[in-house]
Design a protein around this ligand. Structure first.
Ligand SMILES: [Zn+2]
Length: 353
C-alpha cells in the first residue's frame, strides 16, 4: 500500500463516525477525493456520492459504509456516570474494561467502561457476566452529575477509543474496520479508474447508517439508479480460534477478497469479477451466502426495478469489537479487483442473468 493511500485509510480509522453522526468522516472522504472526482454530492440523508464519467448512460455504484457501531448517551446519573443506548450491534462483552471517547460538541472526552472488581463479585457474578447495556456505565472522571452535564449532553455519541495498531504480516487492528476498510476500497477503486476510458459512469458512495438497517444504501441506490451495484464490506474470516467450525467455507486474512455466489449476487457480475481477478492475477477467495446479505448489497439489489448486485468481502477477525483485524494486502487487492472489473465492462455487456 502506498503512503498516500495508507494515510487516507488511517485518517478514516482515526475519524469518529458512529451511526447517524457521520459528518466528520464525509469531510475526510471529500477532501481526499476532490482531485479525481468529476462530481461530488452529499444527499439529504448524509451519503457522499463521488462520481466519475458522469456523461455515461450506464452506471456502476460502489458502496462502502462509513458508519461504525457506537453508543449514545441517554442518561447522566447523580454521581456523574453516563448510561447509554447502542448505535448498532455493540458487543457488551468487550465493552467492559474498554477505553471510549465521548464526542461532544465541544470536542472529544476520554471515558472508560467500569466494572465491579473481581474481589467484590460474588460467586454468581463471577460465573455469569450480565451482558446488558443496563449494567454498563461510562466513567469520565466527574465528581457529580452537574460536572458531567457541563461536559456532556444527552444524545452525544460514543465510540471505542480510535486508533490503528500495526500487527505482523501486513495486518492492522482498529475499531471500525467494519466498514472503513470497505469505504477506503470503494474510493481507491474509483481512483484507479480515473484515467481509464470507461464504458460506464462510476459512483463510489460513502453510505450512512448501514449498521442500523442498510439505510444509506437504500436512498443512495435510488438516486444513483445504477445498473450494477457492489457493496464492499468485511466478512468473517475462518482463520482464528473464534471462528470456523471446519465445515464452513475457508476464508483467510491476506488471501484476497471474497467473491461469493448466492441469491444476492448477480451471476454475470460474479463471473466477470472472477475473470477480472484471474486476468490481473489478483488473489481472491470463493465464498457462499445462501440468503440475502446483512450489508448494503441487500438494499441495493432490490432498489427500484432491481439492480445487478454483488459484494466483495474483506476478511476480518473479531468483527464489532475494538480489535477488528484486516490485512492491508486484502484492501489493496480488493480495490484493484473492482477497478479491473469496471474496466472490463463493454458497451455490449448484458448483466441480465
Ligand atoms: Zn459492515
Amino acid at each position: 500500500m502506498d503512503k498516500r493511500s495508507q494515510n487516507f485509510l488511517y485518517k478514516l480509522l482515526e475519524t469518529p463516525s458512529p451511526t447517524g453522526f457521520e459528518q466528520e468522516i464525509q469531510k475526510v472522504v471529500r477532501a481526499h477525493m476532490k482531485d479525481v472526482a468529476d462530481t461530488m454530492e452529499t444527499d439529504l440523508h448524509g451519503n457522499l456520492i463521488v462520481g466519475l464519467n458522469p456523461k455515461a448512460k450506464r452506471r456502476v455504484m460502489l458502496a462502502g459504509h462509513c458508519d461504525q457501531i457506537g453508543l449514545m448517551v441517554k442518561h447522566i446519573d447523580k454521581d456523574g456516570f453516563l448510561w447509554s443506548s447502542a448505535l448498532g450491534g455493540i458487543d457488551v462483552g468487550v465493552l467492559i474494561g474498554a477505553q471510549v471517547t465521548v464526542h461532544t460538541k465541544k470536542g472529544p472526552i476520554n471515558g472508560i467502561v467500569g466494572r465491579k472488581p473481581i474481589h467484590l463479585q460474588n460467586g454468581e457474578e463471577r460465573s455469569k457476566m450480565s451482558l446488558d447495556l443496563e449494567n454498563v456505565w461510562i466513567d469520565i472522571g466527574s465528581k457529580n452529575q452537574k460536572e458531567s452535564e457541563k461536559r456532556v449532553e444527552i444524545g452525544d455519541p460514543v465510540t471505542f477509543k480510535l486508533g490503528v495498531l500495526e500487527l505482523g504480516n501486513q495486518m492492522i487492528c482498529a475499531p471500525g474496520l467494519d466498514d472503513k476498510a470497505g469505504l477506503y476500497i470503494a474510493m481507491e477503486a474509483l481512483r484507479l479508474c480515473a484515467k481509464a476510458k470507461l464504458a460506464v459512469g462510476v459512483y463510489a458512495v460513502s453510505t450512512v447508517q448501514e449498521e442500523v438497517g442498510l439505510r444509506g444504501a437504500r436512498t443512495a441506490a435510488f438516486s444513483v439508479d445504477p445498473e450494477v451495484g457492489i457493496a464492499i464490506d468485511v466478512t468473517h474470516s475462518s482463520d482464528n480460534p473464534g471462528a470456523g467450525s471446519g465445515k464452513s467455507t475457508p476464508c483467510k486474512l491476506g488471501k484476497g477478497p471474497t467473491i461469493a455466489r448466492g441469491p444476492n449476487f448477480n451471476p454475470v457480475v460474479g463471473e466477470m469479477l472472477v475473470a477480472a481477478a484471474k486476468k490481473a492475477k489478483i488473489p481472491y477467495q470463493p465464498a457462499t451466502a445462501a440468503g440475502p446479505l446483512g450489508n448494503d448489497a441487500n438494499a441495493i439489489q432490490v432498489s427500484r426495478g432491481g439492480v445487478a448486485a454483488s459484494a466483495i468481502g474483506i476478511p476480518n477477525r473479531y468483527m464489532h469489537t475494538q480489535v477488528e483485524v484486516c490485512s492491508l494486502d486484502d484492501l489493496d487487492n480488493s480495490a484493484k479487483l473492482l477497478a479491473a472489473f469496471i474496466k472490463s465492462i463493454k458497451p455490449t455487456t448484458d448483466f441480465r442473468p
